[in-house]
Design a protein around this ligand. Structure first.
Ligand SMILES: Cc1cc2nc3c(=O)[nH]c(=O)nc-3n(C[C@H](O)[C@H](O)[C@H](O)COP(=O)(O)OP(=O)(O)OC[C@H]3O[C@@H](n4cnc5c(N)ncnc54)[C@H](O)[C@@H]3O)c2cc1C
Ligand SMILES: NC(=O)C1=CN([C@@H]2O[C@H](COP(=O)(O)OP(=O)(O)OC[C@H]3O[C@@H](n4cnc5c(N)ncnc54)[C@H](O)[C@@H]3O)[C@@H](O)[C@H]2O)C=CC1
Length: 443
C-alpha cells in the first residue's frame, strides 16, 4: 500500500490528509510539533478582544477525527531532517525518542514563521509574536493584567490592525507602528486606508507611521521602545511585520521562490516529484499576475492542501490559482479586497487603470442603507480585471468581492462587467448596481 507522510498538520496539512483519506485507501502518517490541531489564528483577535466567548470554537478538528479514518497521528513530534534519497523522515518526540517514517509521497505543510525584527533588546520578556495558540493565551493573560497598560503593536498589516483593535477593546493604551505611512499598505490603496486610519484613531489608537523601532529597552521585561522619532513606555510589544515560509527542512533540496517558499506547480508538486508542498510554505499561482507568487492565507492553505491530497490519491487535479482575496473588520468598518490594488500592481509591474464609485447600497428611499466604496483595477492593454477593493459598514460587500475573485480568475474585462446582469430589488441594491455603474464609468 502506498504511504504518504504529512509534516505539519494545521490547515494545509489537515486538508491534504482529508483529501487522501477520503479518496483512497493509502497509508497516511501525520506528524505535528504542537499538541493541538487546527488552531484558527484568524479568530485570535476576536477571542483576546472578547468579542467571542472563549477560544474553544477556534479548533475545528482533532486527532481522533483522523485516527477514525485510519491515519497514524504523531503530535508533539518534530521532524528534524529528511533523507530525500532514502525517502525517510527523521523526527523526535517531546520525550526525546527518535522516530523514523519511510514514505512514497511526502507533503510539506510546515507553514510560515513570523519575521523577527533585528532590533537590540529583542530577547527581553513581554515581546511576542501572534501566530501560535500559546502566544494567544499569553497575550490574553497579559491583557487581563491591570499593570499591563501600554501595548505597542509593530506592523499595521492584518495581524497588527486586528490586535490593536483587540487591545483597545480590553481598555489598553495602544500604539500602532508601521514602517510605511499608513495601515494595510499591502492590500489597499490610500483611498481605503485613510478611512481605516481615521477609524483606528477615532477609537483611540495612537498611530505612529513611518516610524521604525530601533531598540527595545528594559531590565528583564521590555519597558520602552525607541524609534527614530521618540521613546515610548510600553508593557507589552506585539510584533507583526509579516511571515516568511518555513522552509527549514528542504531548503537545500528543493527549488525555492525568491522569498524561500517551496516552488510548486499547479499540482502542488515541488522540484522533487515525490514531494508536495502546501499552504504557507509554498508558492501559489496568481491569476491577477498570471504567474507565481507568495500569499500566506488560510484560504490558500486549505485549497492547496486539497489539490495535493487529490493528486496523491490518484485524481489529477490542477489548482485554478488564487486571487489572494482577503478581508478585515475593525470596529464595524469592513474592508475586503481581491487581486491587486493600484499600488501593489505597480510593484508587480502590472500597468493598470482603475474606476471608483462611492454610493449607497440601496435606493435612497430605503431606511437601512449603507454607503459603499468600490475600486475596480484593470489592466491597461487587455482591460481584464486584476483587482477590486471595497469598504462599507455592511458585511454584504463580502459577497460582491467573491464575484470579483471569479472575474479575475476567468479574465473578465471591465467592459464585460458593465453590462453584467445584476438583479434589482430595493432590499438589496439599486436598479443600476454600483458594480455596473463603476464598470460603465471606466475610461
Ligand atoms: C493572528 C493571525 C490571523 C490570521 N487571520 C487570517 C484570516 O483571517 N484569513 C486567512 O485566510 N488567513 C489568516 N491568517 C493566516 C493563516 O493563519 C495562515 O495562512 C495559515 O495558518 C497557514 O496554514 P498552514 O497549514 O500552511 O501553516 P501553519 O498554520 O503555519 O501550520 C504549519 C504547521 O506545521 C507544524 N510544523 C512546522 N514545522 C514542523 C516540523 N519540523 N515538524 C512537525 N511539525 C511542524 C507547525 O507546528 C504548524 O502546526 C492569520 C494568521 C495569524 C497568525
Ligand atoms: N484577515 C486576514 O485575512 C488576515 C490575514 N493574515 C495573513 O497573515 C500573514 C501575516 O500577517 P502580518 O504579519 O500582519 O503581515 P502583513 O504583510 O499583513 O503586514 C505586515 C506589516 O508590517 C509592516 N512592516 C514590515 N517591516 C516593518 C518594520 N521593520 N517595522 C514596522 N513595520 C514593518 C509592513 O509595512 C506591513 O504593513 C499575511 O499573509 C496576512 O495576509 C493575518 C491576519 C488576518
Amino acid at each position: 500500500m502506498a504511504k504518504t507522510v504529512i509534516i505539519g498538520t494545521n490547515h494545509a496539512g489537515l486538508a491534504a490528509a482529508n483529501a487522501i483519506l477520503d479518496n483512497s485507501d493509502q497509508e497516511v502518517v501525520m506528524i505535528e510539533r504542537n499538541e493541538n490541531f487546527s488552531y484558527l489564528s484568524c479568530g485570535t483577535a476576536l477571542w483576546v478582544g472578547k468579542q467571542i466567548d472563549g477560544v474553544d470554537g477556534l479548533f475545528y478538528t482533532n486527532r481522533e477525527d483522523f485516527e477514525a479514518k485510519g491515519a497514524k497521528v504523531r503530535t508533539q513530534t518534530t521532524v528534524e531532517s529528511i533523507d530525500f534519497d532514502g525517502k525517510v523522515v527523521h523526527a523526535i518526540t517531546q520525550q526525546g525518542d527518535k522516530v523514523e517514517e519511510s514514505y512514497d509521497k511526502l507533503v510539506l505543510a510546515t507553514g510560515s514563521i513570523p519575521i523577527s525584527p533585528k532590533v537590540p533588546g529583542r530577547e527581553l520578556e513581554n515581546i511576542t509574536f501572534m501566530k501560535k495558540y500559546e502566544e494567544g493565551q499569553n497575550i490574553d493573560q497579559m491583557f487581563e493584567n491591570e499593570n499591563v497598560k501600554n501595548i505597542a503593536v509593530i506592523g499595521a498589516g492584518y495581524i497588527g490592525v486586528e490586535m490593536a483593535e483587540a487591545a483597545k477593546r480590553r481598555n489598553k493604551n495602544v500604539l500602532l507602528f508601521d514602517a510605511l505611512d499608513r495601515c494595510l499598505p499591502n492590500y489597499y490603496d490610500t483611498w481605503f486606508t485613510d478611512d481605516m486610519d481615521k477609524n483606528l484613531a477615532d477609537h483611540g489608537i495612537e498611530l505612529h507611521y513611518g516610524e521604525l523601532v530601533k531598540e527595545y529597552k528594559g531590565s528583564d521585561k521590555v519597558e520602552q521602545i525607541v524609534t527614530e522619532k521618540g521613546e515610548y513606555d510600553v508593557d507589552l510589544v506585539i510584533n507583526a511585520i509579516g511571515f516568511l515560509p518555513n522552509n527549514q527542512l528542504a531548503k537545500d533540496h528543493l527549488e525555492l521562490f525568491a522569498n524561500g517558499a517551496y516552488l510548486v506547480d499547479r499540482h502542488q508538486q515541488t522540484s522533487d516529484p515525490d514531494v508536495y508542498a502546501v499552504g504557507d510554505c509554498a508558492t501559489v499561482y496568481s491569476n491577477a499576475l498570471q504567474g507565481t507568487t507568495y500569499i500566506a492565507l488560510a484560504s490558500n492553505a486549505l485549497r492547496t492542501g486539497i489539490v495535493a491530497g487529490e493528486n496523491i490519491a490518484g485524481n489529477p487535479v490542477e489548482s485554478p490559482g488564487v486571487q489572494g482575496s482577503n478581508g478585515i473588520s475593525i470596529f464595524g468598518h469592513h474592508m475586503v479586497s481581491t487581486g491587486y490594488s493600484v499600488e501593489s500592481a505597480a510593484k508587480f509591474n502590472l500597468d493598470v487603470k482603475y474606476t471608483d464609485i462611492e454610493d449607497t447600497q440601496k435606493p435612497e428611499f430605503m431606511k437601512e442603507n449603507d454607503s459603499i466604496k468600490l475600486r475596480i483595477v484593470y489592466e491597461t492593454g487587455s482591460r481584464r480585471i486584476v483587482g477590486a477593493q471595497m469598504s462599507s459598514t455592511t458585511s454584504d460587500i463580502s459577497m460582491a468581492i467573491h464575484m470579483f475573485s471569479l472575474a479575475i480568475e476567468r479574465q473578465v474585462t471591465i467592459d464585460e462587467l458593465g453590462m453584467l446582469d445584476l438583479f434589482f430589488l430595493p432590499h438589496f441594491n439599486q436598479p443600476y448596481n454600483y458594480i455596473n455603474k463603476a464598470a460603465l464609468a471606466a475610461e
